[in-house]
Design a protein around this ligand. Structure first.
Ligand code: ATR
Length: 281
């Protein structure tokens, strides 16, 4: 990387940030396109968040990714929030040109799924009702799914999220229920999205949230867990002849979306994917 007097800075704020895969992914993209940009990670204590944003503005930083624990609080310091990010109530990308916040986590999941199938008019089942499920659910609605069923251990959380998504007016049919009913829900499902940490390293031999016998060949199964690459759930999907989508794709496409917001240029997906795989291996 050739950092010069003219180099544009983008980066990540979070706490902690040192294990982030984003710097190598974005820097590989800038290098491949010969762009005068560098991506750096900044560990920002929550009590310093406002001064970090003000300082970044003064330093003419072009864009930030935002990660835990700042995704909600940072919205207080922006001038504008993208409509869906506002519905989600969390921001993971800032464009300093307009002091505008976006949420590319959910878009990342949709783009990962749309490599394989369109979300439009599909029956989607999502497991989990936490932050990741919330980000993805609003985008599932935005991209025109026919129905969304949110399943969770804590059913009340699934109900609350379902209500919020329905109230957005982006989708007509949103249901909620216990994750223990997943086998019934998969009968008519086209897409299953898992946002729970089940099967995540080091618990790679967890009992999967659904078994091959509950799945059918036309089902697309996306697991947001990216470590390991092939989770217990995706192994079941493969056994069932269903189509697996790997969690790494969500990381890739959320990054690509952020890249495009900051630079206005098409992200070099292949280069970013290769850098991501190298970092995760
Ligand atoms: P994230 O930001 O990754 O979504 P989160 O907000 O902590 O993380 O949400 C985690 C989700 O995974 C929750 O829906 C949680 O279910 P509960 O609300 O019932 O706790 C779900 N989850 C966590 N561990 C789980 C497990 N072992 N089995 C099923 N669901 C699990």
């Amino acid at each position: 990387m050739n950092i010069k007097g003219s180099t544009n800075i983008v980066g990540l704020i979070g706490h902690p940030v040192e294990h982030s895969f984003s710097p190598p992914m974005h820097n590989a993209a800038f290098e491949a396109l010969g762009m005068d940009y560098a991506y750096v990670a900044f560990d920002v204590d929550p009590s310093d968040l406002k001064s970090a944003i003000d300082g970044a503005k003064s330093l003419d930083i072009k864009g930030f990714n935002v990660t835990i624990p700042h995704k909600i609080q940072v919205m207080d310091y922006l001038d504008e929030i993208d409509e869906v990010a506002g519905l989600i109530g969390a921001v993971n990308t800032i464009d300093f040109k307009e002091m505008k916040g976006y949420n590319t986590d959910g878009i990342g999941a949709i783009k990962a799924i749309e490599e394989v199938t369109s979300v439009k008019d599909k029956n989607v089942v999502i497991a989990g009702a936490g932050g990741a499920s919330r980000a993805i659910s609003f985008y599932i609605a935005k991209y025109g799914a026919g129905s969304l069923t949110i399943l969770n251990r804590n059913v009340r959380k699934a109900q609350n999220l379902a209500e919020d998504v329905l109230n957005s007016g982006l989708i007509d049919s949103v249901k909620s229920g216990s994750i223990s009913t997943i086998n019934d829900c998969l009968i008519d499902a086209d897409i299953l999205i898992d946002t729970t940490p089940v099967g995540m390293h080091p618990h790679i031999n967890d009992e999967p949230i659904a078994l091959a016998e509950d799945m059918h060949e036309d089902l697309v199964v996306f697991d947001a867990v990216y470590n390991p690459n092939e989770t217990v759930l995706l192994k079941e999907a493969i056994e069932a002849g269903a189509k697996p989508i790997y969690g790494i794709k969500m990381l890739l496409y959320q990054g690509a979306e952020s890249f495009e917001i900051w630079t206005g240029k098409k992200a070099p997906i292949d280069v970013m994917e290769e850098a991501l795989r190298k970092t995760l291996n």
